[in-house]
Design a protein around this ligand. Structure first.
Ligand SMILES: [Zn+2]
Length: 206
């Protein structure tokens, strides 16, 4: 969670939201954690959920001030139609600084986001949000299409989004040159909880 990356993958629309996340290579430990806490065997899910919550809590405690003011927290809903309370919502519920601000604002819409294409209709907002400052949380940033779609739906309902916080950003370093370069630059910096992309960007803007 301490590394925050602000540049979208090549070909993705840029946006002004900040993304907070630790890069996680396919089947690396963070990827394993973020997959396992949702889709692993029950015993693994029980063990991993508090770890995901702890990562989120530590980021918010140390870098909440970098994100700025917000009053409501919401999560990007699962596109898998998972029954019951989403594990990410359960993790948010374990973070004392977020739990009382959580509100379910998004439900899946008529047209799901495709992997590389955000959609204003991927999610529906459950209430008008005129002027509300909403902190958007997701566990895994892959192409960014779902996060962008969620942010767009919230904005169309009147909210402002000071930041989107993700726990990990999934990357295949060998996918293309942009992914390789991103991975390389991130790997050159030692991981620490003491910085985020807002207070200590890993590279100059632009
Ligand atoms: Zn920070």
């Amino acid at each position: 969670m301490p590394e925050l990356y602000d540049d979208a993958p090549a070909g993705q629309p840029s946006n002004h939201e900040s993304r907070a996340g630790q890069l996680c290579a396919e089947w690396g430990p963070v990827h394993n954690l973020l997959r396992g806490y949702k889709d692993g065997p029950e015993e693994l899910k029980a063990r991993f959920l508090p770890r995901v919550a702890a990562l989120l809590a530590r980021f918010v405690d140390e870098h909440g001030k970098c994100v700025g003011d917000w009053e409501t927290v919401t999560a990007v809903p699962s596109s898998k139609g998972r029954p019951g309370r989403h594990p990410l919502v359960r993790a948010i519920g374990m973070v004392s600084s977020l739990a009382s601000h959580y509100e379910e604002l998004l439900v899946p819409g008529a047209r799901p986001a495709r992997h590389l294409a955000a959609s204003d209709h991927a999610f529906e907002v459950t209430t008008r949000l005129d002027g509300r400052r909403v902190l958007l949380v997701d566990d895994t940033f892959t192409s960014g299409a779902e996060l962008q779609s969620a942010a767009s739906a919230l904005k169309l309902a009147g909210a402002s989004i000071p930041a989107a916080v993700v726990i990990g950003r999934f990357i295949r370093p060998g996918f293309n040159e942009a992914a390789h370069s991103l991975w390389q630059r991130a790997s050159d910096r030692e991981f620490t909880f003491e910085r985020c992309c807002l207070c200590d960007p890993p590279w100059p803007e632009g």
